[in-house]
Design a protein around this ligand. Structure first.
Ligand code: ATP
Ligand code: MG
Length: 421
């Protein structure tokens, strides 16, 4: 019979990889919680309207990347393509933004119907951070410092650079939009088809075009920076001052507009040249208009999301996987002969005494030699050997598998104190 395979662009995470993912997730959780961010979890399925209203109708995501279908009641639902919209929806629904600030983080799968390739999947995973209720550049700086700390924690700080831009307020952006449309309309025939269409519907997104000719044309186009109002300029200047004071390096990149409509003022991307075309590891910015756009009271907000697949690729490419991460067990208990009852008892006793120990008890019999081979393959550093003689003498044999040391016969108490060290 023909075997069923996973859906294209939706990967299985196999045991050899999952330790790296757990390590990354724990590292991120450790860093963000160190800044007082608390986790929020929301469903992976939402009403389609939520994403249309927040991300914007004329964006790649809403136009062609969403997994949208009718549920059994005929209601249009969508597998979440990102987390910010759901996060705002959940916060509003439960009154989390009323007269208070929130520092939140979330993680999990996101779904976009894209062309699968290295670092680009249809089910991918993000960890995101969102801060609500704070309008100043200090919180922008905080989330950038937090991400910089994460890169240091993971040992990838040399491979990522921070690209920074500001989109200004809606008013300054409108003035810039008019200038950009005037410039591009006069050169309409040189634009790619997508960009030509966007000239009427969402011209700013043309800056984000991946078409080479369009990008060449944009080199001479008006720059948003020249249209900024004083307040946006001051916000951006103060943010740069805070980053300078904290010793965080950055490049100002006026081409960064982000692929979603809801951003305003600060936008940024952490990019690497180590992963080919999919070089953005983490991206975000300020979205002061979104909460009101979704029906809440105006609430300043800033956040980012990072792609775990790309982060995992980066850590692998740079050889920053901590040693021993792929180890299945620390201790392998070899059961030599008909001593299963004693082995089970010993295993449980050790797990109770040393709860952080990963102890793998051999099951299924087999020769001493084959068990020792499995002990080696498990990555364990110590084999404990229990045979009829040891059981009779109330002892256990302990053998170091990665060091040249003589095998010893010890009491259980001695084993425990040895393994504790
Ligand atoms: P790109 O320009 O690469 O398509 P994006 O601007 O669409 O990225 P965001 O929506 O800002 O990406 O998502 C934040 C992060 O999530 C990205 O920087 C990336 O690390 C990750 N990401 C986005 N889409 C995918 C995907 N299809 N597969 C894997 N990771 C992704
Ligand atoms: Mg994209």
């Amino acid at each position: 019979m023909e075997k069923i395979q996973a859906i294209r662009g939706m990967n299985d995470l196999l045991p050899d990889q999952s330790a790296l993912w757990q390590y990354l997730e724990a590292a991120v959780a450790g860093v963000v919680q160190g800044y007082g961010y608390r986790q929020i979890r929301f469903p992976i399925l939402e009403e389609t309207e939520l994403f249309k209203r927040s991300i914007g109708e004329v964006t790649d995501i809403v136009e062609k990347e969403m997994y949208t279908f009718d549920d059994r009641n005929g209601k249009s639902v969508t597998l979440r393509p990102e987390g910010t919209a759901s996060c705002v929806r959940a916060c509003e629904e439960h009154g989390l933004l009323y007269n208070q600030v929130q520092r939140l983080w979330y993680g999990g799968p996101m779904f976009r119907y894209e062309k699968p390739q290295k670092g680009r999947l249809r089910q991918f995973h993000q960890i995101g951070v969102e801060a609500f209720g704070m309008a100043g550049p200090d919180i922008d700086a905080e989330i950038l410092l937090l991400s910089a700390r994460l890169w240091r924690t993971l040992g990838v700080e040399q491979a990522v650079t921070l690209q920074l831009n500001t989109l200004g307020t809606p008013a300054s952006r409108a003035a810039f939009r008019d200038a950009l449309v005037a410039y591009l309309s006069a050169r309409k025939d040189q634009l790619d088809a997508d960009s030509r269409r966007r000239l009427d519907s969402n011209p700013l997104r043309i800056l984000d075009s991946k078409d080479a000719d369009t990008q060449a044309l944009l080199a001479q186009a008006p720059v948003l920076f020249d249209y900024l109002d004083d307040e946006s300029r001051a916000h951006f200047d103060r943010l740069q001052g805070l980053l300078d004071a904290a010793g965080i390096a950055y490049q100002i990149n006026p081409r960064i507009v982000r692929g979603l409509d809801y951003y305003s003022n600060t936008v940024f991307e952490w990019v690497t040249d180590k992963l080919g075309a999919q070089g953005t590891v983490c991206a975000g910015g300020r979205y002061d208009g979104l909460v009101a756009q979704l029906g809440g009271r105006p609430t300043p907000a800033v956040g980012f999301a990072m792609g775990i697949e790309r982060l995992a690729l980066l850590v692998e490419t740079l050889d920053r996987i901590p040693p021993g991460l792929d180890r299945q067990a620390d201790i392998y208990l070899v059961v030599a002969g008909d001593v299963q009852a004693a082995a089970v008892r010993l295993g449980e006793q050790l797990r109770t005494a040393l709860p952080r120990l990963r102890l793998l008890t051999h099951c299924g019999g087999g020769s001493f030699k084959s068990q020792m081979k499995k002990a080696d393959r498990s990555g364990a550093s110590v084999a404990l050997i229990l045979g009829a003689d040891e059981v009779a003498g109330n002892r256990v044999a302990l053998k170091y598998l990665r060091e040249e040391k003589a095998q010893e016969t010890l009491t259980v108490e001695e084993v425990i104190s040895r393994l504790r060290g």
